[in-house]
Design a protein around this ligand. Structure first.
Ligand code: MN
Length: 286
């Protein structure tokens, strides 16, 4: 299934063509009400099996809408955290070492040396809202990344079991102010984690370790690679992250960006594509 959030917290099932959305908002009724303290994580993802069953029942009578007429929000509303992988493609590590505009003279380490980092959840944005550039006289780059949605709580997850913890896959943009400051500061500005346009449930992606991904900016290809080039592949990332953090349903893991990062400007349109997941057009505004 491809599931989207649209027009202010409505739930949609996206047909395989990506053009038609069935309004299945009523399926949200299966999510139990919570009292304080709320559980960490995203309730839609935590109850995804029940939601999916209800969606199936609603499909025959669901209202059909045109995807292009909808305002598309980030499909995961309240992740407890956004985990991100630095320097996880060799050719991106090489470009960062070669370009002082990326590394600002700092040593460029590998993911095994650096560990992971967190982006603040305030930085989430959806395909329609896109990126709003902060008023900074600084280089701001796109980083397109396969983004994993964790489906159930886990800690110290083994590599062998890691994919059992995945609810689905989506496209992530890890927007970045270049500079010397800590990543969690430079990458957590409002709208700097664009996720969407929908998520694809894990059962539809047979080989997450072999997906083409790309980004075009105003029609020009900037990044193009395949997840087979990840240094830490997806099972390793889940193992690595869960060795430190308890993972909760809805947690997002941005798996790292390939070579070709470059700056964006007001008015740009970022066309991001991941094989078997889909595409999203993301506007950049100042
Ligand atoms: Mn990144």
């Amino acid at each position: 299934m491809r599931i989207c959030r649209f027009n202010g917290n409505r739930l949609g099932l996206v047909e395989p063509d990506g053009l038609t959305v069935l309004d299945v908002t009523e399926a949200l009724d299966v999510i139990p009400n919570q009292r304080w303290p709320l559980a960490f994580g995203d309730p839609l993802i935590a109850h995804l099996d029940a939601v999916r069953s209800r969606i199936e029942a609603l499909l025959p009578t669901a209202k059909r809408l045109s995807f292009n007429d909808l305002s598309i929000d980030c499909p995961v509303a309240t992740p407890s955290k956004i985990i991100a992988a630095p320097n996880n493609y060799t050719k991106h590590v090489e470009e960062a070492r070669a370009d002082v505009g990326i590394n600002f003279g700092a040593p460029v380490m590998t993911i095994a040396e650096m560990g992971l980092f967190l982006k603040a959840s305030n930085s989430l944005s959806g395909a329609s809202a896109g990126v709003t550039l902060p008023k900074l006289d600084r280089r701001i780059d796109h980083e397109v990344e396969l983004t994993v949605i964790i489906g159930k709580q886990g800690r110290a997850i083994s590599r062998e079991q890691a994919l059992d913890y995945v609810a689905g896959y989506t496209i992530g943009l890890d927007m970045t102010v270049r500079g010397k400051e800590d990543r969690s500061w430079r990458k957590s500005y409002e709208t700097f984690s664009v996720v969407g346009p929908w998520f694809v449930t894990a059962d539809e992606i047979a080989e997450p370790g072999n997906l083409d991904l790309s980004i075009e900016v105003n029609g020009q290809v900037r990044q193009r690679s395949n997840t087979s080039s990840l240094i830490f592949d997806l099972p390793r990332l889940i193992e690595y992250a869960s060795a430190g953090y308890t993972l909760f349903p809805g947690d997002l893991i941005m798996t790292g960006t390939p070579e070709g990062v470059a700056s964006v400007s007001d008015g740009d349109v970022l066309h991001c594509t991941i094989e078997h997941v889909g595409s999203m057009n993301v506007p950049v505004r100042s």
